[in-house]
Design a protein around this ligand. Sequence first.
Ligand SMILES: CN1CCN(Cc2ccc(Cn3ccc4ccc(-c5n[nH]c(N)c5C#N)cc43)cc2)CC1
Length: 243
Amino acid sequence: MRIDVITIFPGYLAPLREALLGRAIGAGLVDLAVHDLRSWTRDVHQAVDDSPYGGGPGMVMRPQVWGEALDAVLALDERPARIVVPTPAGRPFTQATAQAWTGEERLVFACGRYEGIDQRVVDDARRRDLPVDEVSIGDYVLVGGEVAVLVMVEAVVRLLPGVLGNPASAQQDSFSDGLLEGPAYTRPEVWRGLAVPEVLRSGNHAKIARWRRDRALERTAQRRPDLLAALPEDALDDADRAF
Ligand SMILES: CN1CCN(Cc2ccc(Cn3ccc4ccc(-c5n[nH]c(N)c5C#N)cc43)cc2)CC1
């Protein structure tokens, strides 16, 4: 997978070259290119924003600069690309979104700042039949799209074959089976007077699996009843319902 990020703060994306993601890049599983939007400005001030039509607070990012940047970046590689625009007004980015994007050959992220990007940039891409997703990583307000890109790239890349040391981890993720995962423990057996639940030391794998499922159901019911309500009819078996 090739990932391109266009931003006025390239340094914000430096963490993508660290740790797991850095190793995925090193292993050739991901190609990452970060581009400075100001490279496509033509004025001495390298202006990327202007006042909003209709008035209102803040500034809006200019379509000309973004249009030229996206055209140039898309032309760098012949692989078909999905354009992703983080925005507080976007559709929710979920684990399902991350899973779906693992099938893309290329993702091009457009990081806005100020009050966002002139809408015509997205409209122009869509009318050229380019796939564009306007997505939000959550119901809180950030200052720009870069942090959202860090979140989304990590969520997608970790799902790519060969990235995680133990592929089962991705399959057993929270949200993958619709439930939050339960508590996890490691040595020592007792820490500050707190003991690891005995069942986890029993070696009885059936009991352990049941205990973990019960803790996941309990935690999901307590913290995310919406996830429980959204489970498909056949997602819970009789043992689950007995819990
Ligand atoms: C009067 N109006 C003025 C605009 N605000 C809305 C608004 C618009 C942009 C910004 C700043 N910003 C610029 C680009 C950009 C990308 C993503 C995100 C973002 N925030 N939260 C998420 N989950 C995000 C994601 N993903 C924020 C961004 C802040 C607030 C409404 C009231």
